[in-house]
Write a protein that binds this ligand. Structure first.
Ligand code: ZN
Length: 255
């Protein structure tokens, strides 16, 4: 069985629709998301409708929690805060119920777990080798059967393998077969707001039987969502995380 892993859609329904069409052309049986389905971009209702229409299960991200008032928005930069307060005004009760129903983690068969960032913490950013080694230990204490953790939040696609010898290896986004001895963290990148300078929507496909992982990029017309955002006074593009300027990125560093 092959899984498509989507993360950080961020209310970009055009990017999500393009990814779902691409997934549809592949031999994929299950699609899951890693949270941050809303925030930043300004098509949250259409995005939630697509997720419900396709019955895509997933977990909650920090922006999802901020949008329903379960996490303070002050950890976010000014652009992110503005987008969250705009999002709060447009979500219906049933949209909020959907976001509130998202679990913190989602266990999949085959020793796989989905979280937004880390177990029990959708805000912390996993960066260093030490963090990944510690998180692997935490996850194995949580469930000794786990072998793979799908994690989003940073908007950067990558594979991190924590070897049986404790050595942590970062593997850039490529098509690979996972080390059967390693504990693997897979970040599929962001559907709606990649932060690697490539505006194409990102996602990953994983087959737990063969342990083959592939990272995918999908081109779509990003101008429509940018126009919508600008019309609503939110200067965010799908390429760099904010307005594209370094200053804006620094001010808006909360993933
Ligand atoms: Zn995010």
């Amino acid at each position: 069985m092959r899984f498509a892993i989507l993360s950080d859609i961020h209310a970009n329904c055009d990017a999500l629709a393009a990814v779902l069409a691409d997934v549809n052309r592949q031999d994929v049986q299950v699609v899951v998301h890693l949270g941050d389905v809303v925030g930043y971009n300004t098509r949250p209702r259409e995005t939630l409708a697509l997720l419900r229409e396709h019955a895509i299960a997933g977990v909650r991200g920090n922006h999802d929690l901020m949008a329903i008032g379960k996490l303070p928005a002050d950890q976010c930069g000014p652009v992110g805060r503005k987008a969250i307060s705009w999002t709060r005004k447009v979500l219906t009760e049933s949209d909020c119920d959907y976001l509130a129903s998202l679990p913190a983690e989602l266990r999949l068969a085959g020793g796989m777990l989905c979280v937004h960032s880390a177990l029990g913490d959708p805000v912390v950013r996993l960066h260093s080798r030490e963090q990944f080694a510690e998180e692997a230990e935490v996850l194995l204490q949580f469930d000794a059967e786990l072998r793979v953790c799908f994690t989003g939040h940073t908007h950067l696609a990558q594979l991190v393998e924590v070897g049986a010898n404790g050595v942590v290896r970062r593997v850039p986004a490529a098509d690979v077969e996972l080390d059967p001895e390693a504990f693997c963290f897979i970040n599929p990148g962001s559907v709606g707001q990649p932060r690697d300078g490539d505006e194409r929507a990102a996602y990953a496909v994983f087959d737990p039987d063969t342990r083959r992982l592939s990272f995918h990029r999908v081109a779509y017309d990003a101008r429509r969502i940018m126009r919508d955002n600008a019309r609503r006074g939110i200067k965010i593009g799908p390429r760099t995380g904010a307005t594209g300027s370094l200053l804006a990125r620094l001010l808006d560093a909360a993933p």
